[in-house]
Design a protein around this ligand. Structure first.
Ligand code: ZN
Ligand code: FE
Length: 256
């Protein structure tokens, strides 16, 4: 059976995401940005929270854990072992290559250092689903807070190597502003132009823009396109090493 997913906004622009395995009723929250909307979504579906899969230690991803645990004391909190001390509430510490289960559905843990050092993504290979946290966004990527941009770039390449039809859920709804920035460095990209129109219409109608799909990201996300001449030329870095182009692009986005 297919995993069922509910995505909704928490705080200002964080994503609340519930993943439900109908075979067993197991239900995971991806991160815990804000307890109230997550509890409301669980209540609306009649789902019992069994797991919280944490991507990284930032407050806007973990601050709801205590309240969710208070409501569902059996829920097990899984997250990056490298950030166990800062997160403080992990029942299970995971690292690159570990497997986690939601009912019969298996996710592989992918270490994606950069935004934070211990950041992990959860990849449900058979279900073609990726929960990328604040590493990969629609047409964007997270800031390299705890490692060099070159290390973040390597992490993004790991995600970009996943199959074309992988559905990608991210930690934030930053899609509109990311589209604007992407067009500023890749203005002649027809796929990007079309996508910018699509997401503007979605946001105009009050809809969310996720999930995205990996082949669409590879075609429109400038941070995955730093090997392309179009991006290199607009940064004045024709022929440069992609990691160097990525670094320049990330710095430009930081200032935008
Ligand atoms: Zn973050
Ligand atoms: Fe965040």
């Amino acid at each position: 059976m297919n995993l069922e997913i509910r995505a909704f906004l928490c705080l200002t622009d964080n994503y609340g995401i519930l993943v439900h395995a109908p075979e067993t009723g197991a239900t995971a929250s991806i991160d815990a940005p804000e307890a109230a909307p997550i509890l409301a979504a669980l209540g609306k579906e009649g789902w019992t929270l069994t797991d919280i899969f944490v991507t990284h230690h930032h407050a806007d991803h973990v601050q709801g854990i205590a309240a969710l645990k208070a409501a569902f004391p059996q829920a097990r909190v899984t997250g990056p072992g490298r950030e166990a001390a800062t997160i403080g509430a992990l029942d299970r510490e995971v690292e690159e290559g570990d497997s986690v289960f939601l009912g019969p559905h298996m996710a592989k843990v992918i270490a994606v250092p950069g935004h934070t050092l211990g950041h992990v993504a959860y990849w449900f290979e058979a279900d073609k689903l990726l929960f990328a946290g604040d590493t990969l966004f629609a047409m964007g990527c997270g800031r390299a807070f705890e490692a060099s941009p070159a290390i973040l770039y390597r992490s993004l390449l790991k995600l970009a190597a996943l199959p074309d039809d992988t559905q990608v859920y991210c930690g934030h709804e930053y899609t509109l502003s990311n589209a604007r920035f992407a067009l500023s460095v890749d203005p002649d990209n027809a796929a990007l132009q079309r996508r910018a129109e699509t997401v503007a219409a979605l946001r105009g109608a009050g809809r969310l823009t996720l999930p995205t799909q990996m082949d669409l990201e590879r075609a429109t996300n400038p941070f995955l396109r730093v090997g392309e001449a179009a991006i290199q030329n607009s940064l004045g870095l024709a022929g440069a090493d992609p990691a160097e182009v990525f670094t320049a692009l990330r710095e430009r986005k930081n200032r935008s």
